[in-house]
Design a protein around this ligand. Structure first.
Ligand code: MN
Length: 334
C-alpha cells in the first residue's frame, strides 16, 4: 500500500469512530509523550471521546512535566471500558512496546502510527513511514487531511516530539520539511524557549551524578571506533537515580571523536524484567545498529536502537563487537 492510502485509512478510522484509547511505549521519550498528547488533542478537536494510557509504573520523566499529560487524565492502567475503544498506538514499533499484553486483541480496531523502520505493522490500520524524523512529524502531516487546526498546546506537543527525536534538529532524519514544520509550530504558539528549559535545562542533580558514573566507566575499543560504558545497580543507588535518568547519556559517548558506535549497558534499578538493557548509537551512515539490536531480540532505527538481555556485560560487549566486525567485513567485501 502507498503512504497516501495508509493516510486515507487512518483518517477514515479516526473520523469513523467515536471512542478511542491512545497509547505509546513504555519508558517514553519526548516523541512518545509529545505524540501521545498531540493525538489526544487531535481527537479532542474532532469531538471524540478519547483517553490516554501509558502502561507500566515507571514515573514520567520530569523533563516532560510541562506537557499537560497528567492534567488531561493520563491513565497508567487500561480503563475498564477498553474493549469499546479504538486503540491508537503512536511511536510503538512492536505490540510488546505498549507494555500491556493482551490489550491489542481486546479492542475492536487498532491504529498504528510510527516511524521505526522495523515496525511490525501489528495493527489493523498502519501508517508507518520509516524515513520521517519523528512520530510527531508524521502526526503533524495528518492535521491537514483530518481538518484539524493547530493551537498553541497542540503545536507545543508536536514541537516537543520533533525537537527531541531529531536531537534538536541535528540528526540526519531532519529535512527541510522538518524545519519548515517546526517554524509553523512556533508560529502557531509553541514556546520554543519553554520547551528548551523543560527538556534540556531541568536536569536533576542525581541525573548529573549518574552521567558522571557513565563517563567514568567509559572504555574505548577498536582503536577508538567503539565507545562502551555501563551503569550497574549500585551506580543508580549511589546517585539516587531512577531508570529514566540514563536517557540521553549515550549521546555523550557517541560524541567522542572518531567513535562510530556507542554502547551503554545498564542494570535497571528494579526487580522485574531482564537484568540488563543496552542502547546503541551509530555515528556512521553505513553502520546499522538496529541489526545489532535484533541479534539480541531488540530493534530500533539504523542510528539508534536498543535491546534487553540477561547476559553479563562482558558477553554483551563481545557479541556487539562481533556484530560490528561482521558489518565492517560485509562492507569491505561488497
Ligand atoms: Mn520516535
Amino acid at each position: 500500500m502507498s503512504v497516501q492510502a495508509d493516510i486515507d485509512a487512518v483518517v477514515a478510522a479516526l473520523r469513523g469512530h467515536d471512542r478511542f484509547l491512545v497509547t505509546s511505549h513504555e519508558n517514553p521519550d519526548g516523541d512518545a509523550l509529545g505524540s501521545l498528547l498531540a493525538m489526544q488533542l487531535v481527537l479532542d478537536a474532532l469531538d471524540k471521546d478519547s483517553v490516554m494510557l501509558l502502561a507500566g509504573a515507571t514515573p514520567l520523566p520530569v523533563e516532560f512535566r510541562f506537557l499537560s499529560l497528567t492534567e488531561r487524565g493520563l491513565l497508567r492502567e487500561r480503563p475498564s471500558d477498553h474493549a469499546t475503544r479504538v486503540l491508537v498506538a503512536v511511536d510503538c514499533a512492536q505490540e510488546s512496546r505498549i507494555g500491556d499484553p493482551g490489550l491489542l486483541p481486546s479492542v475492536p480496531l487498532s491504529v498504528n502510527i510510527d516511524h521505526h523502520h522495523d515496525n511490525t505493522r501489528f495493527a489493523d490500520v498502519n501508517l508507518v513511514v520509516a524515513d520521517v524524523s519523528s512520530t510527531g512529524e508524521l502526526l503533524a502531516d495528518l492535521l491537514g487531511p483530518l481538518g484539524v487546526a493547530l493551537d498553541p498546546e497542540l503545536a507545543e506537543a508536536l514541537y516537543t516530539a520533533i525537537v527531541t527525536d531529531t536531537g534538536r534538529f541535528q540528526y540526519q532524519s531532519t529535512t527541510p520539511h522538518t524545519l519548515r514544520l517546526a517554524a509553523d509550530l512556533v508560529e502557531a504558539g509553541a514556546d520554543l524557549h519553554k520547551v528548551f528549559q523543560g527538556v534540556y535545562e531541568s536536569m536533576e542533580f542525581a541525573k548529573l551524578k549518574l552521567l558522571a558514573r557513565a563517563l567514568e566507566h567509559a572504555t574505548v575499543h577498536e582503536g577508538g571506533r567503539v565507545v562502551v560504558s555501563s551503569l550497574v545497580r549500585s551506580d543508580f543507588d549511589d546517585a539516587g537515580a531512577v531508570e529514566p535518568y540514563s536517557e540521553g547519556i549515550i549521546d555523550y559517548l557517541r560524541a567522542v571523536e572518531g567513535a562510530e558506535l556507542a554502547v551503554l549497558v545498564r542494570e535497571p534499578p528494579r526487580e522485574d524484567g531482564p537484568r540488563r538493557k543496552a542502547s546503541l548509537r551509530s555515528a556512521l551512515d553505513e553502520l546499522d545498529v538496529s541489526a545489532i539490536a535484533r541479534r539480541f531480540g531488540g530493534g530500533g532505527h539504523r542510528q539508534a536502537a536498543g535491546f534487553s538481555s540477561d547476559l553479563e556485560l562482558a558477553e554483551i560487549t563481545r557479541i556487539v563487537l562481533d556484530e560490528y566486525h561482521a558489518q565492517r567485513d560485509g562492507r569491505a567485501s561488497s
